[in-house]
Design a binder for this molecule. Structure first.
Ligand code: DGL
Length: 270
C-alpha cells in the first residue's frame, strides 16, 4: 500500500470528525478520507445485526478508495462490529475502545470509572469488560445517553444551551461522587465536553478519538506506513445524505472556520 494512500475514517454521522481533527493536528501530512453515514445516523439505537451490516458497507466504501488504514471513529461500531472490518481487509483497522479503556484506568486514582455512550455501546459492556480485564477490582458504572447524539447533530452545543444542561443533569448526576474518571464513549460527546464538565466538575474526561488517533499514529509509524510527502495532506469528506449544511456542522466538529465541502455517496442506498 503506497504511503500516500489516505487514512479512512468513518462514523455514523459527524462525531468522527473529532478524530479527523485530532489526526490532522498530529499528522498534518496524511491524506484523509472521511465518511459520515448521515443518511442512517443514529446507529446507537439500532440492533447489533444492523450495525454490523452498516459497518460492512461503510468499510467497503472506504476500501474502494484504496485507503491504507481504517479508523472506526464511532463508539457504537467499535463496540459492536470492529471485527467485521478486519474480516474483509488486511490493512490495519482501529477502533475507539481499547485505548480509551486503558487511558481511563491509568487516569483514575480511585479506580471507579464511569462510561457513557449510545445504548448499543452500553449494551455491549465492552468498556466495562476491557477495564475489568486490566483490574477485576475496578468499579465501572455505565449510562446510555441517547439524547446527546441528536443534541449534537442539531447543534445544541453551546455551553449555555439549557436543553443540553438539562440532559447532562438527567444522565450524569448519578455519577457525582461515585467516579473520578469518565469515558465519553461516543465520538459525538466531546463536542458537549464543556456541558459534561459543568455537570461533573471534578471528574477527568477521556476522549476516545484522541486516544485512538495516538495509537494509530504509532502503529502506522512502526509499520512504515506514514506519508513521506512532506506536504500538507488533503481531506475528502463524504456523506450518505444531503451534503447541504455539512459545512456549518463540520466547522463545529473540526473547530475551524472555512467552507468544508462534502461529496454525496450512495452507500446508504445499497
Ligand atoms: N458517533 C457514534 C458513536 O460514537 C454515535 C452516534 C450514533 O448513535 O450513531 O457511538
Amino acid at each position: 500500500m503506497p504511503n500516500d494512500s489516505a487514512i479512512g475514517i468513518f462514523d455514523s454521522g459527524l462525531g468522527g470528525l473529532c478524530a479527523v481533527r485530532e489526526l490532522s493536528d498530529l499528522l498534518p501530512c496524511e491524506n484523509i478520507i472521511y465518511f459520515g453515514d448521515t443518511g442512517r445516523v443514529p446507529y446507537g439505537t439500532k440492533s447489533r445485526e444492523t450495525i454490523r451490516k452498516y459497518t460492512n458497507e461503510d468499510a467497503c466504501f472506504l476500501l474502494s478508495h484504496g485507503v491504507k488504514a481504517i479508523l472506526a471513529a464511532c463508539g457504537t461500531v467499535s463496540s459492536n462490529a470492529i471485527e467485521v472490518i478486519s474480516d474483509i481487509t488486511d490493512i490495519p483497522v482501529f477502533g475507539v475502545v481499547n485505548d480509551a479503556a486503558k487511558a481511563a484506568y491509568n487516569a483514575s486514582k480511585t479506580k471507579r470509572i464511569g462510561v457513557i455512550g449510545t445504548q448499543a455501546t452500553i449494551n455491549s459492556n465492552i468498556f466495562k469488560r476491557k477495564i475489568e480485564a486490566i483490574d477485576d477490582k475496578a468499579v465501572v458504572l455505565q449510562s446510555a445517553c441517547p439524547l446527546f447524539v441528536p443534541l449534537v447533530e442539531y447543534g445544541f452545543t453551546d455551553e449555555g444551551d439549557e436543553i443540553t444542561r438539562l440532559a447532562c443533569e438527567k444522565y450524569l448526576s448519578h455519577f457525582r461522587g461515585e467516579v473520578d474518571t469518565l469515558i465519553m464513549g461516543c465520538t459525538h460527546f466531546p463536542i458537549i465536553k464543556n456541558a459534561i464538565e459543568k455537570a461533573l466538575p471534578d471528574v477527568t474526561l477521556i476522549n476516545p478519538a484522541k486516544e485512538a488517533v495516538k495509537t494509530m499514529a504509532e502503529a502506522l509509524r512502526e509499520k512504515d506506513l506514514l506519508s513521506k510527502s512532506g506536504k500538507h495532506g488533503t481531506i475528502r469528506y463524504f456523506v450518505s445524505d444531503d451534503p447541504a449544511g455539512f459545512s456549518a456542522s463540520a466547522e463545529i466538529f473540526l473547530g475551524k472556520k472555512g467552507s468544508i465541502i462534502a461529496e454525496k455517496t450512495n452507500v446508504a442506498l445499497s
